[in-house]
Write a protein of this length. Structure first.
Length: 266
């Protein structure tokens, strides 16, 4: 059974739950007014080839680490989502320390989308400090209904030193103690410790199944320098600052000093 947290508990209880299980389910965290603007932006991102160009800019960044023509956070609703106060308040509660934005991904999963094998998304920092936390906010704009893949997590797995793909050979095979999350209302978010093992398990999509709109954003505790995953990370953070996405309230959210240099893949 997924662990739901709907804002009625105390901050210590929320923090303890997250520390123990490695995830929180936040049903309906995003308001309809934001969802109504996010969904067409995701369609634009996918259908106009902006997502493909963004991926290409990461896979083949060129000598100057040039950014793509448009980044996700330059889409107005996506930029607003990054600094959505109810989300950042929960992250503040579970981290108990200032944090910095790491990256954003956006996609539309059509019926029949393949699964994604067991993995985690935690990036290293230059102190290799296990007490510093990285989190991913997995936003399901239309919710989850078990028709376009299910999110599956292994509670407590964030406390073991797995490599990112240590269990990838198992694909999405059922694991002992796993929890399947496949029933959430629109605008729901699952906040996970980025070191938590999780997978997208494919599900049969009956006729008439609608696409799944998905955005994930990640954030890191300050106190060390984290490895960026996008070669144009400086441009990304500078753009976020220029757009005033933090609303002037969170000076660390887009600060460059919390990152190492980008490491090109051999």
């Amino acid at each position: 059974m997924p662990l739901f947290f709907e804002g009625s508990g105390t901050v210590p209880a929320q923090r303890e739950q997250f520390a123990d299980s490695g995830y929180l389910v936040l049903p309906g965290l995003l308001p309809a007014s934001l969802l109504d603007r996010l969904v067409p932006e995701v369609d634009l991102w996918v259908d106009d080839g902006l997502r493909s160009r963004s991926i290409a800019a990461c896979l083949d960044p060129g000598p100057d680490d040039d950014p793509p023509p448009v980044m996700e956070l330059e889409l107005p609703a996506h930029g607003e989502l990054i600094a959505h106060d109810p989300l950042l308040n929960v992250i503040t509660d579970v981290m108990g320390a200032p944090f910095v934005f790491h990256h954003l991904h956006s996609d539309r999963h059509n019926p029949g989308v393949p699964g994604k094998a067991w993995h985690h998304d935690h990036e290293p920092n230059d102190r290799d400090d296990p007490d510093l936390m990285m989190v991913h906010a997995l936003h399901y704009l239309g919710g989850l209904d078990g028709t376009v893949g299910s999110l599956t997590v292994v509670p407590g797995s964030h406390r073991r030193p797995w490599s990112k793909s240590a269990l990838a050979h198992l694909d999405t095979t059922e694991l002992p103690g796993e929890v399947v999350i496949d029933s959430l209302p629109p605008g729901s978010t699952v906040l996970i410790n980025s070191a938590l093992l999780h997978a997208r398990r494919p599900m049969p999509s009956p006729p008439g199944t609608l696409p799944r709109y998905f955005v994930d954003a990640s954030y890191c505790q300050t106190g060390a320098r984290w490895r960026p995953v996008k070669p144009y990370w400086r441009h990304m953070l500078a753009t976020a600052r220029a757009l005033g996405l933090d609303g002037g309230r969170r000076p660390e959210l887009f600060a460059e000093r919390h990152f190492t240099e980008y490491a090109r893949q051999a």
